[in-house]
Design a protein around this ligand. Structure first.
Ligand code: NAP
Length: 241
């Protein structure tokens, strides 16, 4: 059996990815930070469909908490290991640069970018030893083109895009692929405050995407069939470029 860790797996895109990968027979560790109720619902949904999963609650922006949680996880797995890592947990704290507080900047960088480093560095060791791994980073169009009002978020996502390209070249010969998926507007809790009616006029497909559509792409990248795709940043945006 393969094991996957999906950060921010309790809701939205991470939830859809967790469900999709579990349907393929992969054991999912569903990470989340606060929302026990939604995490339990996701776990229940996976189990009802005959999948296997477990909750693993820790704050990905906190290096000590993350290290401790991953250490416990590895001890539990014994000779097995996390072969598929989905770095998905993320937050927005939008504001114009001139009004942005230190907290808004640091919270977004720590949660969206530094978490990538803490988790990936830790889990990479076993992937290298076992010579198999899939790392998929959920970034954003904001990291490619920049979004006004989101300098913190755009910087964090652009940072992961750079790391994706660099790491993919470090580990390709170890049969580990590293890719990023860059969604446009996807209908989740993260986008409920946006004016969907107005924004969808600007999207060539004229609608927000569904978390399940992102999950399909991630599931392919996580599969054996995607073994020659690495270092790519793949947009899923209904045509926004
Ligand atoms: P969401 O619905 O707000 O869900 C966020 C998830 O991340 C939740 O499971 C949340 O856990 C978890 N999380 C947040 N901070 C965390 C932390 N410090 N430690 C551990 N878990 C944490 O967001 P989403 O829309 O699914 O977004 C998922 C990813 O896609 C993010 O990286 C986001 O930047 C990216 N993205 C989203 C869109 C979009 O339109 N939705 C577009 C482009 C990129 P709790 O349930 O415990 O809060």
């Amino acid at each position: 059996m393969k094991y996957a860790l999906v950060t921010g797996g309790s809701r939205g895109i991470g939830k859809a990815i967790s469900i999709k990968l579990a349907e393929k027979g992969i054991f999912i560790f569903i990470n989340y930070k606060n929302n026990d109720e939604e995490a339990q619902k996701t776990l229940q949904e996976i189990k009802e469909k005959g999948g296997e999963a477990e909750l693993i609650k820790f704050d990905v922006s906190n290096p000590t908490e993350t290290e401790n949680a991953l250490e416990l996880l590895q001890n539990k797995l014994e000779n097995n290991y996390i072969e598929i890592l989905i770095n998905n947990a993320g937050i927005r704290r939008d504001n114009l640069q001139i009004f942005m507080t230190d907290d808004d900047w640091n919270d977004v960088i720590n949660t969206n970018l530094n978490s990538y480093f803490y988790i990936t560095r830790r889990l990479l060791k076993n992937m290298i030893v076992k010579k198999a791994g899939r790392i998929i980073n959920i970034v954003s169009l904001s990291g490619i083109k920049g979004t006004p009002g989101q300098t913190n978020y755009s910087a964090a996502k652009a940072g992961i895009i750079g790391a994706t390209k660099a790491l993919s070249q470090e580990v390709a010969h170890k049969k580990i692929t590293v890719n990023a998926v860059a969604p446009g507007f996807i209908k989740t809790d993260m986008t409920t405050d946006l004016n969907e009616k107005e924004i969808q006029k600007l999207i060539p497909a004229r609608r927000f995407g569904k978390p399940e559509e992102v999950a399909e792409l991630v599931s392919f990248l996580a599969s054996d069939k995607a073994s020659y795709i690495t270092g790519e940043i793949i947009k899923i945006s209904g045509g926004i470029s």
